[in-house]
Design a protein around this ligand. Structure first.
Ligand SMILES: [Zn+2]
Length: 130
């Protein structure tokens, strides 16, 4: 079993094949046996062409929930990327302002702001988990 499939949940859904013949037909259509086993009965799981996992013994659809840490990592990276995009937009606007600005005092303020945005952008990039 691959490590990213740590938590399995059996869903009690009504969308199951109506009878065994239908199941057999599905298998003929190319459902494959996977290396995953059912969390409820430990039978090997089948994978349908639409990538759904199925336990033939329980007659239930099985969904794979990625490891908690994986989910958290994905969420936090998404947040960082959103923040990064915001910063990029601000930086672009600041660049424009700087090129239009003639006043030296204002220019100093703007370039200080730009420097801090760039610094934060660098920090963000380092925070991203790969
Ligand atoms: Zn099962």
């Amino acid at each position: 079993m691959r490590t990213e499939y740590l938590v399995l949940e059996v869903l009690n859904l009504s969308e199951k094949p109506e009878n065994l013949q239908q199941m057999v037909d599905l298998l003929k259509q190319g459902a494959t046996l996977t290396e995953l086993s059912c969390p409820a009965c430990a039978s090997p799981l089948f994978r349908f062409r639409n990538s759904e996992l199925w336990c033939a013994k329980c007659e239930k659809r099985v969904i794979v929930v990625r490891e908690e840490a994986e989910v958290e990592k994905a969420k936090s990276n998404a947040n960082l990327m959103a923040l990064e995009n915001t910063l990029m937009t601000k930086i672009e606007k600041l660049k424009q302002k700087i090129s239009d600005e003639e006043n030296v005092d204002e220019l100093q303020k703007l370039s200080a702001a730009l420097a801090s945005f760039l610094e934060n952008l660098e920090k963000l990039k380092k925070m991203k988990v790969t």
